[in-house]
Each structure stands twice: as C-alpha cells, then as structure tokens.
Design a protein around this ligand. Structure first.
Ligand code: NAG
Ligand code: NAG
Ligand code: NAG
Ligand code: NAG
Ligand code: NAG
Ligand code: NAG
Length: 432
C-alpha cells in the first residue's frame, strides 16, 4: 500500500495536478486541516474549507478541477470547527470520526462492522465510502456519503426512499451561501397514492413534479432529448428513487437546491468557459408553485391571468378571483347529481392533480376505470396509468377538489384526465 499524504497549501489546491493522488485513508492514518484526499481520476477532492466569508471550517467534498471549488457535500453541517485542529480518522470498527483538539467529535458515522481492515475512500463519483480494504463491492459498503446528501445531487446518487427500511435520501438546501447548516427547502420523493418528486418548504409542498408516468413526470416538460443527462425513476418493491447519469463524462452536471432563491437548479459544466451554466430550474414558472390556482383551477402560463378554471367550472369567489386571489379555486358551473348520474369530460396535456387524495386500483381498461369512479360520488377524476409498481396497468382516481393542475401545450407533455361534471355538460347522458 505505502500511503503517503498529498499535502498542499490551501491556495495551491487548484493547481495541484502534479503528483499521484491519494484517495484513501486507513486506520493508522488521518486527514488534517491542511490535507486533501483526491479521487483516483482527480474529479473530486475531500478536505477542509470555509464557505463564503465564514471563518468556520467544514469537512467537505468539492470538484477538484473547478476553480470555484464548488462544494457538493458537507460532513459537519451543523457543527462547524472554529480553528484548524480538525482531524478526520477512521477507527478499526469502521466508524469515521471528525475530531477537534484531538478530543471532541464534531461529526461521526454510526455504522460499524467487523471487517478486517476498514478504509475510507473518495471515489471518482464523488461518493465517500467506508469499505473493507479487500472488498470493493458497492453492496458491502459500511457507509457512504451518497446516503446522506447535502444540497447537491450527483450522477449515480439515488434521491428517494428505501421501502424495506423506510430510509429516506433527500436534498436539503444550505441556510445561506456561507452557512451549510440545513435550510427548510428540501427535495425528495412522495409516495402517497403514486410516485412523484417534490420540493418542500418545511412541511409544505412547494413544487411537485406530478405523477411519474413510466417515462417522464406529468408536470415537467419532456427533457429526454437533452444532450447532457439521462434520468430514470425506479419504483419496485425495494426502492423508489430518482437517479441520473451523464451522457458525456466530460460534460458534468449536478442538481443543487438554493434556499435564498427557493429553487432547485440543474447546472452543466461548460469546459470552454470553465464555469457552470444553468441548464434548468424548478419551479420553472409560477404555474409550478403548488396549488396556486386553488381547487379545480388550471394554471396556464400562456393565458392571462395564468389561473383559469377547468372546463365546465367557474371561480368560486368571482370578485376575489378578479383581484388575483385564486385561493378559493373553482366550482362546477352546473351542480352534480350523483344519484341520477354524472358525466366525465377529458382534459388534455395536464399535470396530474395533487396525489394526497389519489387512489390507484387495478383496472384492465378505461371503461372499467370510469365505472369505478362514477360509483363513488366523491371521485372527481380518473385516468388510466400504464405504469405502476409491478408494471400492471391501473386506474388512478382522485377524491375531492383537484389541486395543482398545470396546462401544457405540447402533446408530449402532461397527461389526459377525465373529470366529473354534470351529465348535462357532456351530452352523453348518465353513465350509471
Ligand atoms: C471553539 O470551539 C470550542 C469547542 O469546539 C470552544 O470550546 C471554544 O471556546 C471555541 N473558540 C472560539 C474562539 O469560539
Ligand atoms: C494529538 O494527539 C497526538 C497523539 O495522540 C499528539 O502527537 C498531538 O500532539 C496531539 N495534538 C494536539 C493539538 O493536542
Ligand atoms: C448518527 O446518528 C445520529 C442519531 O441517530 C444522527 O442524528 C446522525 O445524523 C447520524 N450521523 C450520520 C453521519 O449518519
Ligand atoms: C443561492 O443563490 C444566490 C443568489 O443567486 C447566490 O448568491 C448563492 O451563492 C446561492 N447559494 C448557494 C448555497 O449556492
Ligand atoms: C464530450 O464532450 C467533450 C467536451 O465538450 C467533447 O470534446 C467530446 O467530443 C464529447 N464526446 C462525445 C462522445 O460526444
Ligand atoms: C368513496 O371513496 C372514498 C375514498 O376512497 C371513501 O372514503 C368513501 O367511503 C367512498 N364512498 C363510498 C360511498 O363508497
């Protein structure tokens, strides 16, 4: 093995491509404030840094070749070090400890296991892992930083939930540009009813992706043909998570939350300018803001005002609606009569309504789905989904007011939804 440390002055980090990078520490070694670990292909570095104008020291991972030293992960987010005595060690139990003044632990990992020779390694992916020296199987990692994301999602990282253990991987924004402690903007998976990704502010939904349809999210414009990344949403008995990979390894991309701006941004590395270009952001327009137009509203960015009512609906409080208070939403133009029978009309190219009151049943076709929905007077909309856990086709039914619908223009975006209206709106008469 013959480890030796690659020691550089802080301000020389950017120019340090001269010697062989050390990406691993073992039990007898430690990483102090002036040292860095560098991944084998020199993509990422692990070391101590001070964000913005702060004098606090944090242990973090950043892009090694980025002159801006963009940080992608922080260990001691809530426990900054106030001097240069920080020291990272791996114990023989496999526990990783960040100490100050040789004694106080400001951060540590919790997992231990009986392995022969545990090592801490910074991988080329930017994942910091604890593993047995002789075992590089990812399934056997004792601990990995990808399980504890900060504000940044990297290629290969899973953002979502392990359904067997309930363990969640979410992004949490930094409080501000010079304070990596957790803000209240988070990004993760929502599984109630059906799967989708979402941004939350505290416990409040802030911008949701809409249902995953098997190849895209119903509330996000199709971006599959982009030149930078591929993405997938995996949903099976074990896990539900969003993941992405790079199409070209030299065109880097990352997703980051920003508390100050309340956004989730995707950046792509521009090799010519040696800088990050913004590729996309969410919310992308006001219609992405959760529930903006109230129940049964339809947010259409191409209309004025952007809040419209669904077809066959009108504002519940017309005066408030005129003064841009859309919170009351919309009500049916003609009252429903569930006993004598209502009808359903299709609306096209829309984001799926909020899934809180969604129920997904097995159904072989659309007719069966419609019959199921019309049986229950509080079922307000339905559609059939090709994609569910296990791959069966199914029937999605929404109960109560339809919240958070967004109108798209292109046939490749959004989904088709059938909404309950008075039988007299449909011309086809009763369905019961
Ligand atoms: C630095 O932090 C230590 C605890 O980690 C504390 O005892 C000490 O007073 C702090 N020093 C300053 C200058 O804030
Ligand atoms: C930390 O401990 C090591 C050995 O245990 C010792 O050599 C070193 O001087 C100590 N450093 C400080 C700052 O106390
Ligand atoms: C270790 O466990 C504590 C308490 O369960 C938890 O607060 C902390 O986040 C865990 N640390 C890591 C690095 O997982
Ligand atoms: C968030 O955005 C603000 C404004 O554009 C920027 O100054 C700041 O550095 C960003 N924060 C982080 C943590 O990147
Ligand atoms: C990957 O991107 C680099 C830098 O833009 C470019 O030079 C190279 O041709 C690209 N490779 C492929 C296979 O597209
Ligand atoms: C209609 O469906 C809702 C939601 O599943 C349920 O709570 C309610 O009991 C159903 N009503 C009837 C009459 O079946």
């Amino acid at each position: 093995m013959g480890f030796y440390f690659y020691i550089v002055c802080c301000f020389l980090i950017f120019f340090s491509k001269v010697s062989t990078a050390i990406d691993t520490i073992s039990v007898s070694e430690s990483l102090t404030d002036s040292m860095t670990l560098v991944s084998n292909d020199e993509s990422f570095a692990l070391g101590f840094f001070s964000p913005g104008t702060s004098n606090n020291r944090y242990l973090g991972i950043w892009y090694h070749n980025d002159p801006m030293q963009t940080v992608v992960w922080v260990a001691n987010r809530v426990n900054p070090i106030n001097d240069s005595t920080g020291m990272l060690k791996i114990e023989s139990s496999g526990r990783v400890v960040l100490q100050v003044q040789n004694t106080t632990a400001v951060w540590s990992t919790n997992t231990t296991a009986s392995v022969q020779n545990p090592v801490l390694q910074l991988l080329d992916s930017g994942n910091l892992v604890v593993r047995d020296e002789k075992d590089s199987n990812p399934e056997h990692y004792l601990w990995q930083s990808f399980d504890y994301p900060s504000d940044t999602m990297l290629p290969g990282m899973k953002i979502g939930i392990d359904l067997r253990t309930g363990f969640q991987r979410r992004l949490t924004a930094w409080k501000s540009w010079d304070d990596p402690s957790p803000g209240d903007l988070t990004y993760g998976v929502e599984l109630e009813g059906g799967p989708e990704m979402g941004l939350w502010k505290g416990l409040r939904k802030y911008a949701m992706s809409g249902l995953w349809l098997g190849d895209r999210f119903s509330g996000i414009r199709d971006v599959r043909s982009n030149s930078i990344y591929d993405y997938n949403f995996v949903w099976n008995k074990k896990e539900a998570y969003y993941i992405f990979s790079l199409k070209n390894k030299s065109v880097l991309s990352r997703v980051v939350l920003n508390q100050t701006e309340s956004v989730r941004k995707r950046y792509a590395w521009n090799p010519e300018n040696q800088a990050w270009d913004m590729f996309s952001k969410r919310p992308s327009d006001d219609c992405d803001i959760y529930g903006l137009c109230g129940p049964n509203g339809n947010c259409d960015y191409n209309k004025l005002p952007i809040c419209q009512c669904l077809r066959a609906f009108s504002p519940k409080w017309p005066e408030k609606w005129k003064s841009s208070d859309y919170s009351g939403g919309c009500i049916h133009n003609k009252p429903l009569n569930c006993q004598t029978g209502d009808g359903f009309i299709p609306i096209m190219r829309v984001k799926s309504p909020d899934i809180t009151n969604l129920q997904v049943n097995k159904a072989t076709n659309l007719k069966e789905c419609e019959a199921e929905c019309s049986k229950n007077c509080s079922c307000m909309a339905y559609t059939n989904l090709d994609f569910t856990r296990g791959g069966d086709s199914s029937c999605a039914m929404w109960y109560g007011g339809l919240v958070d619908i967004k109108q798209f223009q292109s046939d490749s975006d959004g989904m088709k939804l059938f909404i309950r209206v008075s039988a007299s709106e449909t011309g086809t008469g009763s369905l019961s």
